[in-house]
Ligand binder design. Structure first.
Ligand SMILES: CC(C)(COP(=O)(O)OP(=O)(O)OC[C@H]1O[C@@H](n2cnc3c(N)ncnc32)[C@H](O)[C@@H]1OP(=O)(O)O)[C@@H](O)C(=O)NCCC(=O)NCCS
Length: 156
């Protein structure tokens, strides 16, 4: 994994971000965002994008937002062929570092109940603080709850 870099990006990365988005999220669950949703949010104050790359190849990304003392992980995704190799964990760690550097004291994220990513979040110190009923609408009209997970920005 030594060739993988994680750096902050911007709207110029949107095409690559959407390729990862559409490859990684299972459309059955309605968790992925559209390009206009991403493009609308990325220039907003407090929002940042981190991109994991191997050379010219975009492997994954994280989209975060900080508002005063709270930061939210809005999206985290790694393309399927690069999953299971630690890229997601690195992007999550980067989110934590940047959020703390930007003054966040508490970190939040929402994840579909049952998403395997919950294991990653728990191992990074996040725990459940709430549940949003019927938050995601999947492809077949099936609905899923979201869990709200949180942790302190700086552990210990
Ligand atoms: C969640 C996601 C970003 C993880 O990326 P990744 O690069 O595969 O993650 P890592 O290789 O860093 O794995 C870190 C940990 O996550 C957990 N994990 C990740 N994917 C998992 C899966 N499918 N099943 C079980 N555990 C999983 C494991 O605990 C793993 O730790 P370990 O290797 O020590 O066991 C990736 O699976 C993904 O893009 N999923 C689709 C999009 C999504 O649902 N994003 C989260 C909601 S916003």
């Amino acid at each position: 994994m030594s060739a993988v870099t994680v750096n902050e990006g911007g709207v110029l990365d949107l095409d690559q971000v959407m390729l990862v988005m559409n490859d990684s999220f299972d459309p059955a669950y309605g968790e992925a965002w559209t390009a206009p949703q991403c493009a609308g949010l990325m220039p907003m104050p407090g929002v940042w994008l981190s991109v994991a790359r191997d050379g010219d190849s975009t492997l994954g990304f994280a989209l975060g937002r900080v508002v005063v003392r709270e930061a939210e992980l809005l999206l985290l995704a790694v393309k399927r062929s690069s999953q299971g190799a630690g890229v997601g964990r690195r992007l999550l760690q980067r989110f934590v570092e940047i959020a703390a550097a930007r003054g966040a004291q508490r970190l939040y994220l929402e994840v579909r109940d049952g998403n395997p990513a919950i294991k990653l979040y728990r191992s990074a110190g996040f725990s459940e603080v709430g549940r949003r009923k019927n938050y995601y609408t999947g492809r077949d009209g099936q609905i899923y709850d979201a869990l709200t997970l949180a942790r302190r920005a700086k552990e210990g």
